[in-house]
Design a protein around this ligand. Sequence first.
Ligand code: CTP
Length: 401
Amino acid sequence: MSSVLKDRNIVLGVTGSIAAYKAAEIVRLLRKRGASVYPLMTQAATHFVHPLTLASLAAQEVALDLFETKQGRMRHLSLAELADLVLIAPATANVMGKIAHGIADDLLTTAVMATRAPVVLAPAMDEAMYENPVVQANMRELKSRGMHIIDPVKGQLASGEVGKGRMVEPQKIVDYAEGVLQSRQDFAGKLFMVTAGPTREALDKVRFISSYSSGKMGYALAEEGIDRGSRIILISGPSSLLPPPQAEFYSVETALEMKKRVMERFSEVDGVLMAAAVSDFRAKRVFSGKIKKNACTSLRLDLVQNPDILQELGRNKGDKFLVGFCAETSGLKEKAKEKLEEKNLDLIVANDITLEGAGFGGDTNVVLLVGKDGEAISLDRRSKREVARKIWDKVKEFMPT
Ligand code: CTP
């Protein structure tokens, strides 16, 4: 059977650990499975293994210098762009610390910062270093940002001692990289629509009704969907976030505009993830100028209900997959189940917005995923990207193939 690695570009970052000699075997195994390998070494790595070894096995020049250009382009940019996956093996405590904190002071760390490809790290270090809380915290940080870490194993270390910190064997590293690429293509050929952000309902020329929604959850869903091979239509209310360049992006303002866009594209899609915080009400009448304070001592606003977009999708569901969201302050599970049924959904993502680290604006979320089968999975506080990954996993699990 042909490997998912076939015809893929793997940028192999090698850093300064004694395990660097194993990078030679990694190059060989990746090529055996059909990948093109672009080795990139830090200066420290060149003390452990000669660049010529990797260059010969990869049949590619080894990239070493941040300021070197290739066909007029900076190396870090061309490598970051061509990579289908960046594999750093071995990864030292130092390189993980730098990546975790956004330091980009050499070719490898700069390429990692510039890439949109998945990043896999295989740490190798002494046990005491591995157990150092700062190293552990950095690894958690990398994971929370969606990077993959192949935990080192217990075994003979460079010091001669036996302990945890030994890089896993090349075969396993290559299998892992293959798995990352495989799992990421589980929505290939699909088209999903994601809605994000708040809507804004004008009251007059300068004021509106809206919510604290930032769009972060919806944008994370769009990014994760793209990374896993789906085409994405992203329909977003006002947000300061940059939409992923691969998404078909529509910016809208009001609930009615959002509804129009959603309905226009609904027939084409395999499913909808409705993460937008749609305003339930809009002004019955929008003042043509500015409401002036001197004109009245109190003000009554007449609001009318906006259509429930998701409910309408639920009525015309067919075989499309529908994911709804709900923000509650109490009785999370019961309300989530009610909404799931009421709106004819396959999955609902419920937030208790009273919890710390959950809901609007922040980078993390705490959610309960309730499926049509009634099963509820609660996810403790984690980054919105990680929550997005779990949501897509659930979509995959429930969706007919
Ligand atoms: N939603 C929608 N159109 C609306 C309101 C909500 O499509 N006019 C969608 C949201 O995008 C979300 C889900 O419906 O996926 C639940 O929204 P929520 O506001 O939490 O629940 P409601 O059903 O509006 O109930 P309530 O406001 O009473 O809590």
